[in-house]
Design a protein around this ligand. Structure first.
Ligand code: EPZ
Length: 422
């Protein structure tokens, strides 16, 4: 069981490179199932979720090979996953639905249940595939899709990231033209569309609410480097803002981080963009108001890290979580460290200016784990973060090492030994 020991941190300083985005790599790996030819990805991050997705692709008949940061996938004969158990532990496994339906005209999957942050249903994915002509049967957590796909107009009741990605992938091989209205506009969707276009897909409107896909006979292989991780960059930006640091986040795309950077700037942090990435100086001092929204609104994945910053500003900050129904589990642990946060439904009222004290805390989900590591930087004394499900390693490439490179005292403790292994 991974454990991390974090001590009160001096001002962070120095530079660190941002890894490639988990939420860009996962749909792009699923898209590799759309072709018989080889797909090569560069700068692939060493994350549990990426390894898990590669396991799922192999279970669907793909050959995969990883060498350093390069991942190669080739799926000559696509089958339903032979090991359905692999699908249950990662929400992003739903992203193979579109490629299987498109290429094989049928698929049978067991869907992951909800997770700590919410029910996470797939009704929008199912409704969209039905509009494309698929017959979809759902029973006991399993989904059976059959029938060839034909282009259609699909309206998403909510701009779901995963549903948009699945429907784009399905539409690339459907007969005719598909229009997705009220599509999600996240940068990871634009990146997926760039990759699919390299494979020979015909897509217009990527990154807008109206995406048009003209189906083609087949797609060919491609070589690609996905975008940097705006959530990892945002998490490190919050670490700098907490400690009055002066850091350079190399490869960070400020254009993907506007909502967060506006919040940090309003709170007193000096933001500078240069050719190498994003520079931040100074401390977040003024309270903030943030409402999580679909992109380009404030990202829900940044809600927990920003809340930690808010605990150290002077005044009352107000955060409204509108995307997931249960994404405040980090609050209990933060209050145990001395924060003054009150949750009223989807509203969190953060009374800043109270010192945090080191404590033994436990991670409940990926972004909560990152937030608690940040809290350890600001807390007096030592914090021990226990991460029973290994959440942190799912979505961050050695976050504790990146913080240490900036001067923090954060180490991963060998499981069960108590010895630090910096
Ligand atoms: C993606 O999840 C990300 N995951 C999430 O990141 C991110 O928080 C989320 O988008 C929102 O930005 C990946 O890209 C792998 P949604 P996804 O479909 O696609 C509801 C992280 O920490 N909904 O946009 O599952 C759903 O319940 C993770 O890296 C339906 O009701 O998100 C949720 O309340 C966490 N029906 C809301 O929409 C559906 O069919 C947003 O979900 C689909 C979704």
């Amino acid at each position: 069981m991974p454990q991390y020991r974090i001590c009160h941190s001096p001002r962070l300083s120095g530079e660190v490179e941002i890894s490639t985005a988990k939420n860009a790599v996962l749909p792009i790996l699923a898209a590799a199932l759309l072709t018989q030819e080889e797909v090569i990805l560069h700068q692939t991050p060493a994350l549990t979720d990426v390894r898990h997705m590669l396991d799922i692709l192999r279970s669907c008949g793909a050959e995969t090979e990883t060498e350093g940061k390069e991942a190669r996938v080739r799926c000559v004969a696509l089958t339903n996953p032979r090991n359905l158990g692999l699908l249950r532990t990662m929400r992003a496994s739903v992203l193979i639905l579109g490629p299987l339906a498109a290429r094989n005209g049928e698929c049978f999957l067991t869907m992951p249940g909800g997770c700590a942050i919410g029910q996470r249903p797939i009704d929008l994915h199912v409704k969209g595939l039905q509009k494309l002509g698929a017959k979809v049967e759902q029973e006991g957590g399993a989904v059976r899709v059959s029938g060839s796909l034909k282009g259609a107009n699909v309206y998403l009741d909510f701009p779901s990231v995963g549903a948009t990605e699945n429907l784009i992938m399905a539409a690339t091989l459907a007969q005719g033209v598909t229009r997705i209205e009220n599509a999600a506009k996240e940068p990871e969707i634009t990146d997926l569309c760039h990759f699919l276009t390299l494979m020979g897909a015909r897509i217009a409107g990527a990154g807008t609410a109206n995406i048009i896909i003209e189906g083609v006979e087949r797609l060919h292989g491609a070589e690609y480097t996905p975008i940097p991780d705006r959530i990892e960059a945002g998490t490190l930006a919050c670490a700098a803002a907490l400690t009055e640091g002066s850091v350079l986040l190399e490869r960070a795309r400020t254009g993907h981080m506007r909502a967060l950077l506006f919040k940090l700037a309003e709170s007193g942090v000096i933001i500078q963009e240069d050719s190498r990435g994003l520079r931040l100086r100074g401390k977040a001092r003024h309270p903030m108001e943030a409402r999580t929204l679909s992109y380009p609104g404030f990202p829900t994945d940044m809600q927990a890290p920003l809340m930690v910053v808010a605990t150290q500003t002077h005044g009352l900050s107000v955060i409204l979580e509108t995307i997931f129904e249960n994404r405040y589990m980090h609050v209990v642990e933060l209050n145990r460290m001395g924060a003054h946060i009150r949750v009223e439904g989807q509203l969190a009222l953060v009374q800043g200016g109270h010192a945090l004290n080191g404590a033994h805390v436990s991670a409940t989900d990926l972004r909560a784990a990152a937030a608690l590591m940040l809290a350890g930087l600001a807390a007096q004394g030592e914090t021990v973060l226990t991460d029973p499900a290994g959440h942190l390693m799912r979505g961050y490439e050695r976050l504790e090492e990146k913080l240490r490179a900036l001067g923090a005292d954060a180490v991963k403790v060998e499981e069960g030994s108590g010895r630090a292994n910096p």
